[in-house]
Design a protein around this ligand. Sequence first.
Ligand SMILES: NC(=O)c1ccc[n+]([C@@H]2O[C@H](COP(=O)([O-])OP(=O)(O)OC[C@H]3O[C@@H](n4cnc5c(N)ncnc54)[C@H](OP(=O)(O)O)[C@@H]3O)[C@@H](O)[C@H]2O)c1
Length: 272
Amino acid sequence: MKVPTRTLNNGLKIPTVGLGLWQVKDQETFVNAFDVAYKAGYRLFDSAQFYRNEQYIKASIQKLKLKREDLFITSKIAVNNFGYNKTKKSFDQTLDKIGSSYIDLMLLHFPVSILRKKSWMALEEYYESKKARSIGVSNYTIRHLEELKKYSKITPVINQVELHVFLQQPDLIKYCEDHNIKIEAYSPLAHGLPFDNRDIIKLAKKYNKSYAQIMLKFLLQLGLIIIPKSVTESRIIENITLFDFEIDAKDMNQLKKLNKDLRTCWNPTMVP
Ligand SMILES: NC(=O)c1ccc[n+]([C@@H]2O[C@H](COP(=O)([O-])OP(=O)(O)OC[C@H]3O[C@@H](n4cnc5c(N)ncnc54)[C@H](OP(=O)(O)O)[C@@H]3O)[C@@H](O)[C@H]2O)c1
């Protein structure tokens, strides 16, 4: 399956669907998931220093004999690696672990107070030296993005945030659209909450699709990039089989009504 791409503000193309890799802890499970995903058409893989599995990307590329340039690899600077020198040092360690001279996208994982500015400066340097093909942020609220705008030379290409049918963040989507920053929706399945919403069940029946596919397609139709995580073969395939149907405008509006500002992960709104 060929997955459509979106173009980032620096011209780089990113697939609209990627594989989330948080909590994929052992090499065998990781390489298996990578293999199934690659064969199903995934090219975007979302890791992080904090996940402690970046080294399995290198193992996957070697074992599956993949071409590095076919892949779009993301990682994130962990909170405990913030600060100018530590960000640079940990960035080099990431490159070493993934076995590549560059990464496609490096994000600041969280808007760590005070240190986030220095870390962003380090990312800009690594972008200029081409060790990162693009740089961005994660868990940034509008306030954090406004602050970043004051001192950054480079606009982040992406803000990766928790976003799903129960946490829709319309103001953040609008702000990012206006500033040419793409939103990448993490925990797009609400981090595995029970699939028991009656409206979504009804729509799944109507479109002859699964509950997960309705949740994911909703986000794609909002114009977002999604990175569902699964290590289960059938689900990995299901989560990318999204391009043979369209949710109509009336049903999109019904799904928009399900927003209840429900966070399943961290809450960055309190970070000064
Ligand atoms: N930047 C950040 O701070 C941040 C925070 C959280 C997540 N993320 C990224 O976003 C990715 C996705 O988020 P997430 O892992 O929190 O949660 P998610 O993708 O919303 O949900 C993953 C859970 O749903 C299950 N699942 C997946 N597909 C399914 C399907 N078709 N039917 C039924 N169940 C299904 C998975 O189980 P199985 O694996 O057992 O199949 C897993 O338990 C992460 O892996 C990570 O890459 C980033």
